[in-house]
Write a protein that binds this ligand. Structure first.
Ligand code: NAD
Length: 497
């Protein structure tokens, strides 16, 4: 049997006793690369207990010590950048350059986690009443958990556990069952960096294991990234159990093209942002909205898209890799057929894509639709494949209205040379991450990842100051130190004096 993936519980990489296993495959050839256990209830309990025990001592560790752990960790991640990227490629099929980007954007969050002390500063007001001071303390919550998707096996786990742990919490990570190998290597390096036993656990499985975490009274906060139906389930169930929940969901990201934009920049950026990573990015541009005469650029866009070839991760000429699974490919192909049946014009059809040497991979070629309307399935659903759909409007106002009527609000972008148009767009658009001549505006980690509306369930977002708030509680102290000569006697009022 292929190598079984370990669990990481209480500082030990241990084999599971599960009778339920999932095959992990390489999407470029669908060969089985690992066997993944679905953790048993006893293993889930042990992981949560171990995190709970570790919390008692970890929360007392000086914040500068916790920050130093992150400094050592980011150094190790940098030293192992290529190796981690290779693992990402192996289990997702991402090209080397894309896999390196996945790892790097995670390392950037760890760098910020090393800056934890300044993000945990409370506030102080002296003399809120005579000789009375008030100050706030920022304290960790306890055991937090993270449930992650397949499409960023390094970056998204690194959005979660380093910051939560730097803030003094302990953590249970449940990575995607489709890409567990990178997460295990991240855990090994974390241990190598000096993380005490039990501070991080990694458990595996799917719905049953997630539901176990959601219902467990010891788990205080849940970070989730994945599809819309699961995000809704996580948010409603987690909050019903009185947990803090942040659930990042799917998206339909529009790029608006103004006629005054730089045409070459528009086409290059649309190509990379739509079919890069096979369109399997939550911030991929999946809709182009051409305003006025910019629609005459469609033909040139189709020509440039047709030049992009998918291929295996080690093929330097490949523009992107395969879809994650046969099921994902079948879903994308079905949506392409629906687009044609519903009357959109398929300018470029990637349905029958083959890659030499990898006949069994989950390949879909670049696909472009024009003449799309908001009623069509290819506009309404997140396709999560290398498919770009194009709509045409007359004015910027109409483009803004279209986007604001779409249920999602993860990312959007405007290409223009007009400052006035840019300002109007950034002000009026109901989307949480806006790019001005930037196609995929994923914020760096001193900001937060701020998806809105149907792309996010919760209040506080991932990484940055908001994540520190998410993983901590604020305690406000009001303190007086008595002088002997202060007159005593009962104070019958709520007023401080
Ligand atoms: P998914 O929802 O299928 O899986 C995500 C996680 O949820 C996995 O760990 C999985 O084991 C678990 N899960 C699956 N079904 C479950 C269920 N019924 N109950 C409880 N847990 C369950 O998502 P995916 O296919 O791995 O990832 C792709 C999706 O993630 C896309 O929709 C994409 O837009 C979204 N995504 C969003 C962001 C963002 O920041 N908004 C970032 C990356 C990916």
């Amino acid at each position: 049997m292929t190598q079984p993936v370990s669990l990481f519980i209480g500082g030990d990489f241990c084999q599971s006793d599960s009778s339920e296993w999932i095959e992990v495959t390489n999407p470029a050839n669908n060969q089985i690369i690992a066997q993944l256990p679905c953790a048993t209830a006893e293993e889930m309990e042990r992981a949560i207990d171990s995190a709970h025990d570790a919390f008692a001592s970890w929360k007392e560790v000086a914040v500068s010590e916790r920050a130093r752990l992150m400094l050592r960790y980011q150094q190790l991640l940098k030293e192992h950048h290529d190796e981690l990227a290779w693992l990402v490629s192996k289990e997702t099929g991402k090209t080397t350059v894309d896999a390196k980007g996945d790892v790097w954007r995670g390392i950037e969050v760890v760098e910020q986690a090393a800056n934890i002390a300044s993000n945990m500063m409370g506030e102080t007001v002296e003399n809120v009443a005579t000789d009375i001071d008030s100050y706030s303390l920022i304290q960790p919550l306890g055991v937090c958990c993270g449930i992650t998707p397949f499409n960023f096996p390094a970056m998204i786990p690194l959005w979660m556990f380093p910051l939560a742990i730097a803030a003094g919490n302990t953590f249970v990570l449940k990575p995607s069952e489709q890409v567990p190998l990178t997460a295990m290597r991240l855990a090994e390096l974390f241990e190598q960096a000096g993380a005490p036993k039990g501070v991080l656990q990694v458990v595996h499985g799917s719905k049953a294991q997630v539901d176990y975490l959601l219902a467990h009274p010891i788990i205080k906060a849940v970070s989730f990234v994945g599809s819309v139906p699961v995000a809704k389930h996580i948010y409603h169930t987690g909050t019903a159990y009185n947990k803090r929940v942040q659930a990042f969901a799917g998206a339909k990201n529009h790029m608006v093209v103004m006629p005054d934009a730089n045409k070459a920049q528009v086409i290059n950026n649309l190509v990379g942002a739509s079919v890069g990573a096979a369109g399997q990015r939550c911030m991929a541009i999946s809709v182009a909205v051409f305003v006025g005469e910019s629609n005459t650029w469609l033909g040139d866009l189709a020509q440039e898209l047709a030049k992009v070839k998918p291929g295996a991760w080690d093929d330097q000429s490949a523009g992107y890799g395969p879809l994650i699974s046969k099921e994902a490919k079948a879903r994308v192909l079905a949506l392409i057929e629906q687009g044609k049946a519903q009357g959109a014009k398929c300018e470029l059809d990637g349905s029958h894509c083959e890659v030499a040497d990898h006949p069994d991979g989950n390949w879909v070629g670049p696909t472009l639709f024009s003449g799309v309307t908001p009623q069509m399935s290819i506009y309404q659903q997140e396709i999560f494949g290398p498919v770009l759909v194009c709509l045409e409007v007359d004015t910027l106002d109409q483009a803004i209205e279209l986007i604001n009527n779409n249920p999602y609000g993860n990312g959007t972008s405007l290409f223009t040379s007009s400052g006035g148009a840019a300002r109007k767009f950034q002000h009026q658009i109901q989307v949480g991450q806006v790019g001005i001549n930037v196609p995929i505006p994923v914020p760096l980690p001193f900001f937060s990842f701020t998806g809105w509306r149907g792309s996010f369930y919760g209040d506080l977002h991932a990484y940055g100051k908001q994540a520190v708030r998410f993983y901590t509680e604020t305690k406000t102290v009001t303190a007086r130190w008595f002088d002997d000569d202060i007159p005593t006697g009962p104070n019958m009022s709520i007023q401080l004096r």
